[in-house]
Design a protein around this ligand. Structure first.
Ligand SMILES: CC(C)(COP(=O)(O)OP(=O)(O)OC[C@H]1O[C@@H](n2cnc3c(N)ncnc32)[C@H](O)[C@@H]1OP(=O)(O)O)[C@@H](O)C(=O)NCCC(=O)NCCS
Length: 173
């Protein structure tokens, strides 16, 4: 953990009143990042519209939304029970204070509680290894950097086929 003071947040599922705040938070969090194409807010909206936003949690401090995490089902059918983590965003002024960690842990706990088989993501190993994610380049979805593809099985089974993200990710909304 960095030397910045850890902040305690309330984590709860999104509500309809949160959508504009989630959009603007996501825009700010990804602004200017080299790996971002700026479509993340639209991806979240598209997942929601497609009823594919399996879990959407917000982190709240003093009634302000300072973090958000999305999870969606992955394909193909043989991977039923596996979910993709992302996008995840923390308000820039609240980053490196444990908000992202609390969101990831709460999301994974929720997935486990509903009997999920595991979680996958595209992200930086330096961040996600702390949650138990391991690189799995051989099953990375086409069009994504395989070296950044990670899996976290909740039991002993690993995905043995190429993972597919929901169409909302590739259309960018
Ligand atoms: C990535 C993100 C969600 C992490 O949330 P956070 O609240 O800042 O992170 P936490 O406070 O839980 O964790 C901080 C730790 O993670 C590390 N970290 C944070 N972001 C990181 C990143 N992008 N890559 C590698 N390490 C990262 C910090 O160095 C810190 O490490 P330390 O504990 O060894 O000091 C947040 O920084 C963010 O919104 N970034 C912009 C959007 C983004 O990159 N989303 C993820 C795309 S995969």
């Amino acid at each position: 953990m960095s030397d910045r003071a850890r902040v305690a947040v309330l984590i709860r599922p999104e509500s309809p009143a949160d959508l504009a705040a989630i959009r603007s938070l996501t825009t700010r969090a990804f602004a200017g990042l080299s790996f971002s194409d700026g479509t993340e807010p639209r991806v979240i909206d598209s997942l929601r519209e497609a009823k594919a936003l399996a879990l959407s949690l917000v982190a709240v401090v003093d009634e302000q939304i300072v973090g958000h995490i999305a999870f969606s089902k992955v394909g193909p059918n043989v991977l039923r029970g596996w979910f993709a983590l992302g996008p995840i965003s923390v308000e820039p002024s609240f980053q490196r204070r444990g908000v992202g960690k609390q969101l990831v842990e709460a999301g994974l706990q929720d997935l486990r509680a509903r009997g999920a088989k595991g979680c996958v993501l595209v992200g930086d190993h330096r961040y996600y290894h702390r949650f138990g994610f391991s690189p799995a380049p051989s099953v990375a979805p086409p069009g994504y950097p395989a070296e950044h593809f990670h899996v976290l099985p909740f039991d002993a089974s690993l995905p043995l086929v190429q993972v597919a993200f929901h169409a909302a990710f590739s259309t960018g909304g």
